[in-house]
Design a protein around this ligand. Structure first.
Ligand code: AMP
Length: 406
């Protein structure tokens, strides 16, 4: 199958060509024909599957043949990073089709708010927004969505985890009832089903099996005591020939502490977490993308928000709270069929969580030996029984851990 099979507008095909997309990914092959037929859709697919283009392309196709007088599509996303990434894809795909878009997200100063407001008042075809900021703009009258035809909820599970349920319902109450609604989510917990039942009409369903880590990733694990972690990371960073490195911590306090420690050790690093202003985040990402900055330390906010080629090493300073976040985190390396290394530190407390990750990816990750000067690490013995190893434990796991916001 190729993109020509969808009878897209030639200008959209030009956009696809300029983005280097040749063959539809599995989610695109399944979702595009359904969305082109104007049906509602609930799709279980993760970042990295090509899910963004799977809804953007048919929506852009619909808009390209319309009169473009009003805002026609609204895409809701949980974070500003994702909103910006979606906007960049719209810009690339719609470049030749002359379809306009704006990303609207919170944070920043009054100037950014005003810029967003003015851009929306001038008229725009597609609005990509985080829920909180969109509500502010709706309340100020900057944007009218009464001619809206397409609503997309991207990473819906993440939005609910972040407490946006009421905001989403409030936004939807201001939209026309006659519209096409598309809901994309990495997981399908009951609350997503409830939301889907409330806002979708006779939806079609698509399930793309959980994406496994790319084969190019060399996964490694160190069993460590907490006091060994900093020494181990310094020894790995100083000894290895890694160029662009992401370090993930589950809490922003750990991110800040580790950043200070690494700087003291002479390692060029910056922190990336939800306390940073948008401009600060962008400065850090720019420096990293241009290879001026070799190391970023971040929370999981970073794992969804970064699309950088050539990351050679990902380190999980601690085990992510949710096994699927492990896949998101390590998926930042070995992109586009290159190779990369993903190293995870597991202390005694995290052993059980780690066992769930190995269960999810149906694979034992090679255990590495600590450098001699660090002494012995803890023995691996996850205390509780593992869930069944058919890779189908995602719903059970959701009930076990309460997800932290950051
Ligand atoms: P997503 O799952 O939407 O976050 O997409 C993951 C990455 O895949 C992004 O960097 C996209 O630019 C890229 N991508 C999406 N669709 C295709 C395609 N058909 N061919 C090649 N790359 C793609």
């Amino acid at each position: 199958m190729t993109f020509s099979d969808f009878n897209f507008d030639p200008q959209l095909l030009e956009g696809l060509q300029s983005m280097g997309f040749v063959k539809p990914t599995p989610i695109q092959a399944q979702a595009i024909p359904l969305i082109l037929q104007h049906t509602d859709l609930i799709a279980c697919a993760q970042t990295g599957t090509g899910k963004t283009a799977s809804y953007l392309l048919p929506v852009l196709q619909h808009i390209s043949v319309s009169d473009k007088k009003h805002t026609q599509a609204l895409i809701l996303a949980p974070t500003r990073e994702l909103a910006q990434q979606i906007d960049q894809q719209v810009e690339g795909l719609a470049y030749f089709a002359g379809i306009s878009s704006i990303a609207v997200y919170g944070g920043g100063d009054g100037i950014i708010y005003e810029q967003q407001r003015r851009a929306m008042m001038e008229g725009v075809d597609i609005v990509i927004a985080t829920p909180g900021r969109l509500i502010a703009h709706l309340a100020s009258g900057a944007i009218k969505l009464d001619h809206l035809k397409y609503l997309v909820l991207d990473e819906a599970d993440r939005m609910l985890d972040m407490g946006f349920y009421e905001d989403i319902l409030r936004i939807i109450s201001s939209l026309p009832k006659e519209r096409q609604t598309l809901l994309f989510s990495a997981t399908m917990p009951p609350k997503i089903r409830t939301l889907a039942n409330t806002i979708l009409k006779d939806p079609q369903q698509i399930n793309i099996a959980i994406s496994q880590p790319a084969v190019g990733i060399s996964q490694q694990v160190y069993m460590v005591h907490d006091h060994q972690k900093v020494k181990l990371i310094c020894s790995l960073l100083k000894a290895g020939d890694y160029k662009s490195i992401l370090i993930f911590c589950s809490r922003k306090e750990t991110v800040k502490d580790l950043n200070r420690t690494l700087k003291r050790e002479g390692i060029k690093s910056e922190a990336f977490h939800s306390d940073l202003e948008q401009e600060q985040r962008e400065t850090v990402l720019r420096a990293f993308k241009s290879r001026v900055l070799p190391v970023i330390i971040g929370t999981d906010v970073l794992s969804r928000g970064i699309d950088v080629e050539g990351i050679s090493l990902v380190i999980n300073f601690d085990v992510p709270p949710d096994p699927e976040d492990y896949i998101h985190r390590i998926g930042r390396t070995a992109r586009a069929e290159t190779t990369g290394t993903a190293i995870t530190f597991v202390n005694e407390k995290d052993q059980r969580r780690f066992s769930f990750i190995e269960n999810l990816i149906s694979k034992e990750i090679p255990r590495m030996t600590l450098p001699e000067e660090l002494g012995e690490g803890p023995v691996y013995s996850p205390t509780t029984k593992r869930p069944s190893s058919n890779g189908n434990n995602r719903n059970k796991k959701k009930k076990v851990w309460v997800k932290r916001k950051d």
